[in-house]
Each structure stands twice: as structure tokens, then as C-alpha cells.
Design a protein around this ligand. Structure first.
Ligand code: F6P
Length: 528
């Protein structure tokens, strides 16, 4: 890019940043993102890449149905894709996906209101066993979450991981052809993709977001393929994390494992004639959309139906919404609930807890173990503390569409997010976004990225059962005026730091990375 273009670009981006930060303009909107994209993405297609897809097509007795994946990340990125258009490459995991996609695996999304193309990648049982259940979720997942589940490293899993990553990269290259594009990679399933893209020599700006924690260097160095993972990630122009600590851990890991010039203060790594920028960008949700959904008449009707079906009329309701994952602290949260009922019998019969636990990764032993522990805890509590209207713990183990989740958020007087270790945790933010009437409270683990922002939550460690039991009690017992003030403060934060704000911060840093990086870094300086 010519110097005067770079200067003009930098000035206009600075103007947008100032506009977004102005005191009278505290909330970034979808329109801000559109405006930003028009100015800065002109001529470049956006390609989002993730393992999990935003929409699945499934066969039901009534024909093919579309499910909007309820995972916080896919819901948040869907807002971005709907706003900016482009292509989203992801694994087609629905049993009717092939029937509705074209020969290249493409289908318009969202179904019924097309705004972007979803390009599906097909993975076979071996890919699922080695790339997904193996390397991604039995090696990287426990390695990055410090929850004392020992990671398993198998050479077959690594080979499959590299091969599937190459297929994701090939799909991106096939989509973009020779056109300039911005590629936005998501997460730990795809650590090698940027390397394949970079080596293709195409005109690509590439960013990757690591949505889970990054462990300290001592832990990371046990990964047999640490150099390959770091090499893949450093092929990006930008690597993002939710917290500063995770970004620092990543830079430490690079320092520890590779020959590279690491600038801890600036957050950059020079290696092999390429500079990668590393930063922290806490993700948000589309709080306006969730709030609007929460106030729809059909949501209110669904809430009434749920209360009736589960015998929750006239009782205070707690809720937990998670994949059934050992990092989420689900049994720990139920055990704390049991302690609360022991210590505060005034809640007996007047409180029920709904745990929505989406089945996940059941092929892995530790996931079946946490499911069994959760079921046992729920059954024990229901035996010990029966309730007239229905069970004290309602355990719902199925995959919910996002639209089904919102009425549950509305039903809850308190939401428990009790992860043992987590990247951000978007359930916490979705719940707050849905509490437009301010009638709710959040009990939040300090080991989530969300705890750095949601300061008015009731903070409770999942490793301290008694403390968490007290936090539940306080959340339920707090006087209405204080509860509402607390929720108002939480909402302000979630509305302000929303997904559009996050997208602009990340994409702006990506575009700016080109401006802040010397056009060529002398190879002898980089020491690859
Ligand atoms: O939390 C990070 C994340 O990658 C999210 O995208 C998602 O919720 C989850 O982990 C992955 O879940 P799954 O294995 O079901 O796609």
C-alpha cells in the first residue's frame, strides 16, 4: 500500500475509534460495524472459519428442520456474518446437511433470511475420532484448561488434525480464488490453517481468535507438537485472546519454544519475515437482539408454558446453561446448591434449579464421567429435598435451539456460571442481556473471562462449596432495589461491550496490523 494511502487509512480509522469512544455514543451498533466495513473491508471478502457451524439441518418426523446452534460463540459470530455477509466455512454436522447443500457444500444462511454463505466441510468418523475427539478435545482442550484432566497425545490424532486443517484451508482458498480477502479463524480446532493459507501466497489478511484459555509456558511445553501449533498461529497477522493473561501466556510460550523476536510490551512476534500481533479483545453478545427476543410475546408465552410444565409457578428459579463439560463446574454447582438447602431451609419448596446440559463429546470418558456425577447429584438432591410442584433440580439433557433458551433465561431469578476455567463464557452475558426487566442475579466464577468485566456479579469460586452456597443465598435474598441496581450495572457493561464492538476492535486491529508492520521484516532479523 502506498504511503499516502496508509496515512489516509490510519487517520480515518482513528476518526472512527474516536467516534466510537465519544461519551454520548457509548454503545456500538450494527450500523457502526457496517460503516466500518464499508470503509475498510472494501474489495476484501470476509471468510469466517470455525469447526462448529451456526445452523444445522436435521431430519425430524415433520421433515427437515433447521436448528440455530445455541453455543455462545456461534450465536455471536452469526451476528457478525449477518451484518457483513461473506462466507463461513464449518463442519457440516447435521444429519440433513448434505441434503440441503449444493455440490460444494454451500447453503444460504440464515435460512429464510439469507445474508451469507455457509460452506460445509464433511468429516468422516475417523476425522471425528482423531481430529475432533482426539487432538482437539483430548489433547488441546484439557491442556489449555487447567482443570487437572490429563491431556492425551497420540501421533494419529495429530496427523488427522493436520489433514483436516489442510482441508479447511483448501476450502477457504477455493472460495476466495485470487481475490483479496480477510479470513477470520476461530479457536483451537484450527491452529494450522493460517500456516497453509500464508504459504499459498494469496493476498489474505488473517486473524485467529483463541476462545479458550492459553496455559502458562510450563504447561504448554508438554505438547509434543508445540512448535507446529505455535508456527501455525504465528502465520496469522493477528492472534486474539479474551484476557490479557492468556495473551501474555501465549507470548511466553513463544519465547520458551521458538527462536523469534518477541516484544512483550507491544504484543508482537517477528519470525521468518512475518510479524504477528497478539492482543486481548473480550468478546460480547448481540445484547440488543437478545433483549428484543426476551421481550417478544412468544417468549413470554413460552416462559409461562415452561413454568407450568415443570411446576415452577410461584417458586424462585435458578438456572445453569452449559455443554455437559468437566470445565463448567456443573456437579460442583449442584453440590453447593445442596449445601445452601441444608443451611437455609427457608428455601425448601420455594426454590428450584434448572440445569440445561447439552450433551457433548460423549465419546470421551471424562465427559461421560461428568454426566454421571451430574445425574447422581441431581437425583440425590431431589431425594433429600423433595418439592411439591416438581423436582427441586430439573435436569434437561438435550440440544436446545437458541430461541428455546431465551425463555429459560427469562424464567430464572439467578443464573449460575461456575466454570473451573473458561475463556470468556457467553452464557453469563446472554443471561444479563435477556434480563431487560432487571429481575435477575448472576453468580459467576472468577475463573471466567466474563468476571473481568461483570464486576457486580456475585463472585463465587467453584472450588469453595460453602462460599458458593452463600453466594446463591445472597443472590436470592438480596432486596429488590439492590438487585435491580446490580443488574442495571451488569446490563450497561454487556450492552456497551457487545459483539459489534468486539468485531470492530478485532478487525480494526487486523487491518491496522498491516499499517503498523514494516512492509518487509528483514529475514536475518526474524531468526525463524
Ligand atoms: O468455548 C470455546 C468453544 O470452541 C466454543 O466455540 C464452543 O462452545 C465450544 O468450545 C466447542 O464446543 P463443541 O465441541 O460442541 O463445538
Amino acid at each position: 500500500m502506498a504511503l499516502h494511502d496508509r496515512v489516509r487509512d490510519a487517520l480515518s480509522r482513528a476518526a472512527i475509534r474516536t467516534h466510537l469512544r465519544a461519551p454520548d455514543k457509548r454503545r456500538t451498533t450494527q450500523d457502526d460495524l457496517v460503516r466500518w466495513a464499508r470503509e475498510h473491508l472494501a474489495g476484501r471478502r470476509l471468510v469466517i472459519v470455525s469447526n462448529r457451524q451456526p445452523y444445522s439441518h436435521v431430519h425430524t418426523e415433520a421433515g427437515v428442520r433447521v436448528l440455530r446452534n445455541a453455543g455462545g460463540l456461534t450465536v455471536a459470530l452469526d451476528a457478525l456474518a449477518r451484518t457483513l455477509g461473506g462466507v463461513w466455512v464449518a463442519h457440516g454436522s447435521g444429519d440433513a446437511d448434505r441434503d440441503v447443500s449444493d455440490a460444494r457444500g454451500c447453503v444460504a444462511c440464515p435460512p429464510g433470511r439469507p445474508a451469507y454463505t455457509l460452506r460445509r466441510i464433511w468429516l468422516g468418523p475417523d476425522d471425528q475420532a482423531h481430529y475432533y475427539a482426539g487432538l482437539s478435545n483430548s489433547a488441546l482442550w484439557p491442556l489449555c484448561h487447567i482443570v487437572f484432566v490429563r491431556p492425551r497425545f497420540h501421533a494419529d490424532d495429530w496427523a488427522s488434525y493436520e489433514q483436516v486443517n489442510r482441508r479447511f484451508a483448501d476450502a477457504v482458498l477455493d472460495e476466495v480464488g485470487d481475490d483479496p480477502a480477510v479470513v477470520f479463524l476461530q479457536d483451537y480446532h484450527l491452529a494450522r490453517v493460517a500456516r497453509y493459507l500464508r504459504d499459498s501466497g494469496r493476498d489474505l489478511r488473517i486473524a485467529q481468535f483463541w476462545h479458550i484459555p492459553w496455559p502458562n509456558a510450563e504447561i504448554f511445553r508438554i505438547l509434543p507438537w508445540r512448535n507446529e501449533v505455535l508456527d501455525g498461529l504465528l502465520a496469522n497477522d493477528l492472534v486474539g485472546f479474551h484476557t490479557r493473561r492468556h495473551a501474555h501466556n501465549f507470548l511466553d510460550a513463544v519465547n520458551d519454544a521458538l527462536e523469534a523476536r518477541v516484544d512483550l510490551a507491544a504484543g508482537s512476534v517477528d519470525r521468518g519475515g512475518h510479524r504477528a500481533w497478539i492482543g486481548d479483545f473480550p468478546i460480547g453478545v448481540d445484547a440488543e437482539e437478545i433483549g428484543a427476543l426476551a421481550e417478544m410475546p412468544h417468549t413470554t408465552a413460552a416462559e409461562r408454558r415452561l413454568r407450568f410444565e415443570h411446576g415452577l409457578e410461584g417458586v424462585r428459579v435458578g438456572i445453569g446453561v452449559d455443554r455437559m463439560d468437566y470445565t463448567k463446574g456443573i456437579p460442583e454447582r449442584l453440590e453447593a446448591l445442596e449445601v445452601m438447602l441444608e443451611r437455609h431451609p427457608e428455601w425448601l419448596g420455594k426454590f428450584a434449579f434448572v440445569q440445561i446440559a447439552v450433551p457433548t463429546r460423549v465419546e470421551i470418558e471424562e465427559y461421560r464421567a461428568v454426566r454421571d456425577r451430574t445425574r447422581e447429584a441431581a437425583e440425590r438432591i431431589n431425594r433429600r429435598f423433595p418439592r411439591a410442584g416438581g423436582p427441586t433440580v430439573v435436569l434437561i439433557e438435550r440440544n436446545l435451539d437458541f430461541g428455546e433458551l431465551v425463555p429459560w433465561y427469562r424464567t430464572a431469578d439467578v443464573c449460575a456460571v461456575t466454570s473451573l476455567h473458561d475463556g470468556m463464557n457467553l452464557v453469563a452475558k446472554e443471561y444479563v442481556a435477556a434480563c431487560t426487566d432487571l429481575e435477575g442475579a448472576l453468580v459467576l466464577s472468577p475463573y471466567t473471562g466474563a468476571a473481568h468485566e461483570l464486576e457486580r456479579a456475585f463472585v463465587a469460586s467453584p472450588f469453595d462449596r460453602d462460599g458458593m452456597a452463600e453466594a446463591y443465598h445472597q443472590a436470592l435474598a438480596e432486596a429488590p432495589a439492590f438487585r435491580r441496581a446490580r443488574m442495571e450495572a451488569l446490563r450497561e457493561s454487556v450492552l456497551r461491550r457487545n459483539v459489534y464492538d468486539w468485531a470492530i476492535q478485532v478487525l480494526d486491529a487486523l487491518v491496522g496490523a498491516g499499517l503498523r508492520t514494516p512492509l518487509a521484516i528483514a529475514p536475518e532479523e526474524s531468526g525463524r
